[in-house]
Design a protein around this ligand. Sequence first.
Ligand code: GDP
Length: 578
Amino acid sequence: MTVKELADELGIGSGEIIRELIKNGVMASINQQIDYDTAEIVAGEMGFETTLVQPTKNEEDVIRVPTREEIAADPEAVIRPPVVTIMGHVDHGKTKLLDAIRSTNVVAGEAGGITQKIGAYQVEIEGKKITFVDTPGHEAFTQMRARGAQVTDIVILVVAADDGVMPQTLEALSHAKAANVPIIVAVNKIDREGANPERVKTQLSEAGLMPEEWGGDTPFVQVSAKERIGIDELLEMILLVAEIQELKANPDKLAIGTVVEAELDKNRGPVATVLVQNGTLSERDYVVVGNIYGRVRALMDDKGRKTRKAGPSSPVVIVGLDDVPSNGDILQVVEDEKTAKAIVETRIRAKSAESQQDSKAITMEDLFSQIQAGKVKELRLIIKGDNVGSIEAIRGSLDKLSNEQVSVKIIQGMTGAVSESDVLLATASGAIVIGFNVRPDAAARRAADANKVDIRFYNIIYNLIDEVKAAMSGLLDPTFKDVTDGYAEVRQVFKVGKTEQFAGLFVTDGKIARSHKVRVLRSGTVVYDGEVDSLKRFKDNVTEVAAGYECGIGLSNFNDCEVGDNLEFYHKEQVKAV
Ligand code: GDP
């Protein structure tokens, strides 16, 4: 609780509490959280007895948002429209397809209302509605999932028929699979010369997505977003898949929804586009969104028209929040302002308790204890490697490690540097990321730090398998962890003598030192891992160079740096196995 809450509870001034805290060596301001032990000591010294009260069942209920399955299990739930997200490789036509669907379905006379684009819209065919969430890109999708929001019922995977399956197609596929969402493949650009829909089928079936017509369970629909071919077939397919899923919600409940877009509007204040998932959201409802509360002042539908109510699967724009929420925040309607306030306070408390307990992310070190505690039954791994052959070899060996207690599941195995999107997928799925001869980029490292995702690096398959095996059986030795100190970019290269090379660097991040170990990264792939031979500024040997400075470097036994390579400087630190 905060100092103020403790003071209110004890019926004394906050100043007295602060003085007592200072006596005990704790410097705290009035709104600062203190833990139970501290509160107990301070209260005790002031003659109060304390007991630790865990959040009541009721409070837990308001913190926890029901899952889609729980919502659908309500006996009063009725069929609701499906919510669809479009994903795929860049330039394969996601935006064009969303636009084609949106305009195919304009009811006569409504066209004028479509000028304003919001983050989600609804179309109607054969009297049935479909909601599209307009957040192309699997990062946005997984970011929401990482925040606990399950928005999407069906994923449309767009693949351009002339280009075929590309890296982001596979990435989107693993994100959709990890979310356990049915996929419909839209083979786009069939109007193009060189369109080869059969090749898309072959490529995707190799990636584990078998077309229905080949005996699998994934529908493939051929479309041209540009020529508006196949759009109706695609919409009908969505309805068919939705029907099988029996998506349900109860419109007679207080609403629950997810923020899909939010911004601060100059005139209207915080404005959020919310997808209602259960219940009905109405004007003047009291709402809690993440750690913000407010009262719905106005509601607008996806066509920008004022509306009073929004039922399950409807996108609506709401005005009236105190602050701008984040994408993926859950919105809940509550009875009154007092409840809204209490929930926000409970949430803030729960959040600070959670951050004190550290994250729920799985690490290799705590894997065994988590398995023992029954908290982990499936070890999920994301593997990024420098080539397909090594990834397949790793996959083959890891598959064999599954045992009765825990099964090993590779939720993504792809070539390329470890990216921010991999880290998000790991966060959303409770996975460990493994880089084989590849390194993370700066954004991935920041995301991993923020979400406490464990990223492991190996350059020998045997070591990788051995460590995973050891971690699963609690026999992980204290290992050495690489700690990155700085990054530099190669700006120039010079020949020295016959074969040796000197590289001109610009230090982009952190600091670099002669004593550090160094990796040369080319497009995220490790091309050299070794020692610094010499480090110079102008003509002088130096021991360190900080970010923002230039310097020259010679590497031991490596003379193949290229302009544009990145150098990662690091040292090893021992970590204890738990
Ligand atoms: P996104 O990056 O996946 O959102 O792709 P866009 O929707 O921006 O489309 C990329 C490019 O492909 C644009 O120039 C579109 O006009 C074009 N395009 C999209 N769909 C089709 C199609 O069905 N046929 C043809 N010929 N071009 C298309």
